[in-house]
Design a protein around this ligand. Structure first.
Ligand SMILES: [Zn+2]
Length: 356
């Protein structure tokens, strides 16, 4: 044997190696890679076989022959190293495409997004409508001091609203009580801000009351505007626009003279019946009157401004409060206020998840 034959043998081995690499491409696993390594670099491999042929060569040819075989071994090793990295990533890819696990598929029983409570829906509609008119949402505590609940709101000690039968007082804390109306937030806001002021305060209120149209806890939304030259016309206009936008209907409003200690003059707000559209004939919702009571309103009493150090000569303002539950009843045509707070899943799941 001479060097040319050795060269041909080496070329044949390398050709065989690359042919096998070619056929295993794409389906190369770490196991197949190991097999390739044993086949071409192991003790019984053709390359090791070539080494045994070295002894048949002359002394002069041996170094070059050794180099040729070594070069061939390095070529194979280099290619195998390259394939080793690929084999691992191919295996991961094969595993991922083989397993039909789609994590974006909804799990059975979890496709129900739920629904929003009608009071929540109504509150969102109200807040949205007020925001369009430039109002800011204000929050306040549900348990509050006598000053915010009564004194600052021009409710003198002899006023019946202070009575134990109306208001939840706290045992051992004479000056703390659950707020009977959201007007407390007006006081908090005015003590913190200077006029002009345009705020709303939606929230829970508490009164000792329970029958088909009253619950001990209910929801109110209070609105307060304070600025120079605010008149009753502004109050009427705001309420009119607001109620039309909430019910998305051209409904008339009516103002009946009334009394509230924190406003003067004061009025009850009636809305044209959303069911019979004011006709009244045989309408059970408005009991034949054509009108529905939705809240109270009035011009802020100067004594209230005095309690928060606002200049009552310079500023005027209006305030009004609506029952969110009452508006939800009218919007969603519910016959009993208590259904809102019974937590009946069948009833509540009929409502959408958002108001829009
Ligand atoms: Zn009616």
């Amino acid at each position: 044997m001479d060097l040319s034959i050795l060269g041909k043998n080496i070329a044949a081995v390398l050709e065989q190696f690359f042919t096998e690499v070619e056929t295993t491409m794409g389906q190369l696993s770490p196991e197949k890679f190991e097999q390739l390594r044993v086949n071409f670099l192991g003790k019984k491999s053709p390359i090791s076989g070539l080494m045994t042929e070295l002894k048949n060569l002359s002394k002069d040819e041996k170094p070059q022959a050794g180099k040729m075989i070594n070069d061939a071994r390095q070529t194979v090793e280099g290619k195998l190293n390259e394939l080793k990295t690929q084999a691992i990533s191919w295996e991961i890819e094969a595993k991922l495409s083989g397993e039909a696990l789609d994590i974006s598929l909804p799990v059975e029983g979890f496709d129900n997004k739920g629904s929003a409570h009608p009071v929540t829906l109504m509150r969102r509609i109200l807040v949205q409508s007020f925001r369009h008119l430039g109002f800011t949402v204000y929050d306040g505590p549900e348990l509050d001091f006598e000053f915010f609940n009564f004194t600052a709101l021009n409710l003198p000690p002899y006023h019946p609203a202070r009575d134990m039968q109306d208001t939840f007082h706290i045992a051992d804390h004479k000056d703390l009580m659950m707020r009977p109306q959201t007007s407390t937030v007006q006081i908090h806001a005015m003590l913190r801000e200077k006029p002009p002021l345009r705020i709303i305060a939606p929230g829970r209120v508490f009164r000792c009351d329970s029958d088909p149209t009253h619950t001990p806890m209910f929801h109110q939304i209070e609105a307060l505007v304070v600025d120079e030259n605010i008149s009753f016309a502004d109050l009427k206009g705001t309420i009119d626009v607001l109620l039309k936008s909430i019910f998305n209907k051209d409904l008339a409003t009516r103002f009946r003279p009334s009394y509230f200690p924190f406003t003067e003059p004061s009025a009850e707000v009636d809305l044209m019946c959303t069911v019979c559209m004011g006709k009244g004939t045989d309408c059970r919702v408005c009991k034949g009157t054509g009108w529905l009571e939705v809240g109270g309103c009035g011009m802020v009493h100067p004594n209230v401004f005095e309690a928060v150090n606002y200049d009552a000569e310079k500023y005027t303002g209006f305030a009004f409060g609506f029952g969110i539950d009452r508006l939800a009843m009218l919007k969603y045509r519910l016959s009993d206020l208590r259904t809102l707070f019974e937590g009946n899943h069948k009833f509540l799941s009929q409502f959408p998840i958002s108001a829009s």
